[in-house]
Design a protein around this ligand. Sequence first.
Ligand SMILES: [Fe+2]
Ligand SMILES: [Fe+2]
Length: 369
Amino acid sequence: MTAPTSAPDQAGPVLPQARGELSAHVLKALTELTELTELKAPPGTSSGAACAVEAVEADPYGDDLQLALYLLYELHYRGFAGTDAALEWNPGLLELRGSLERLFASALRQDTAESTRTSPEEALDALLVEPAGHDPDSVSHFLARHGQLWQLREYAAARSLYHLKEADPHAWVIPRLWGRAKAAMVAVEYDEFGAGRPEGIHAALFAALMSDLGLDTTYGGYLDAAPAETLATVNLMSLLGLHRALRGALVGHFASVEVTSSPASARLARAMRRAGAGPAAEHFYTEHVEADAVHEQVVRRDVVGGLLAQEPWLADDVVFGIAATGLLDQRQDTWLLARWRAGDSALRTPLGPHRASGPGRDPDQTSGR
Ligand SMILES: [Fe+2]
Ligand SMILES: [Fe+2]
């Protein structure tokens, strides 16, 4: 049997700056292990930097751990320019990823303990309860009422790490489902991926939104700018997507996104319209108002319902996925609102000037920098 081709990726995002010891360690390992491949070192040769690192002291939600985890997860998506594609399955990196995941997952379990004593139906119903009037803790409410263009641009830049891979980690659950749950999951994913039209892929619609806002549409282009709170929301879906053992929680995450999307998208469409962001910026959200009202029904009835009819013992995991999504979304909202209300940027590096709006570009075409 021949080993998969081992070669540095030609495209993909550039490696970001380290945010501490752990992320520096991962960046060094990615670079050194790639160099060893290029030197054609015999299989099993260690970089020395590889993977023994003390992670136990790290803040599970902090910049350093979240970036280290993000880097290791990205190897399963598009990798990084100049980094060996075969590192996706490097045992040392996988072992390190496992130790970071355990810290992250146990913090999530602990911090959602109170909100997981319920059923999946009740947990999803609770997401539909809209606070009367303006919710001071919600970014979409804030942006709909007060959002200025610079805040909408910051929001889109941060959220691009999620939306430019929208629906990708959820596709990993497909081989782990069967029957009604699988058919329904694929039906929703088909829409997310443009229903056969590349220009309709939701990630491409988001790239068009970014173009309207004068942002760089490069996949992963705002990794250095994104706060830990945003990285955690992306890392959650990668964690749940990559582990078959967490398929119930992944379905819970998906259901949570679809249930909350429609009303939040209506508010964000209003925010884009009010700020004069442009037609593509508005369209991304108006598209989600309608699509996700349908997706919500399908996901609740057939994906969650189908899964639990087949594997009823996963009910607690579904609730955990819903609760963990809510927890991390709220942490992200709290961070953004605190910074904006103080008149400060919520990003780690300020955005460049608003560039002239061009036609929305497909992120597939803009993966190099
Ligand atoms: Fe979508
Ligand atoms: Fe959707």
